[in-house]
Design a binder for this molecule. Sequence first.
Ligand code: C5P
Length: 227
Amino acid sequence: MSKHVPVITIDGPSGTGKGTITQLLAQHLGWHLLDSGALYRVVAVGIEKNNILINEINKICEFAGAMEVAFGTEFEGSITLNGNEISHLARLEETAEKASKVAAIGELRAVLLQRQRDFCRPPGLVADGRDMGTVVFPSADLKIYLTASAEERAQRRYKQLINKGVGVNLRDLLQDIASRDERDANRQVSPLRPADDAVVIDTTSLTIDQVLEKVLIKVEDTVTPDQ
Ligand code: C5P
């Protein structure tokens, strides 16, 4: 019998601190990390570079099935697509918007499913996304779902972007976040929602350290690496 590889899923809308918590947790445990949103962002960048339109579903799936994606080291954030460095492009707000449109294509989600599952390797995986606990890793050992008010999430994103030197407007960010939430939560396939067995943490008035502390308590309670 093959050895059990433990998986922790961290789902929720953007701006809840998912990415940071996933990184801190993966580092703390010494496990692998899957940033599934980055895969949808890479597809968004790739189809644009190849002049594929959002309604050309077969071409999008063909592209996504064949694309070579590398995530540098798991924690340093570099992303290459078919040998070209695209991290900057992939992280732009406008790419997130396009990613949320391609992510609504069910056929594309099916193409990316196995690629995501392949990240599950010993000693364990922390997977960040929207449907990690509901669809990609339904039998994960621990499922966390982070939430926060849209206003708080827009504020956090605003600070992040301003710190990176990106000029943005808070009202536009709030609108973008609200429209992306709406699209992610109401799409037909893999809509954004907590798994029935997820632990939901509202992070609106919590610091990252406080969220991490809550998550670590759950990890200690539920995850046994050598089952
Ligand atoms: O997490 P991130 O903001 O990078 O994700 C970009 C977009 O990709 C999200 O707005 C969402 O539409 C989509 N996504 C998804 N399923 C995932 C991860 C991301 O639909 N597991």
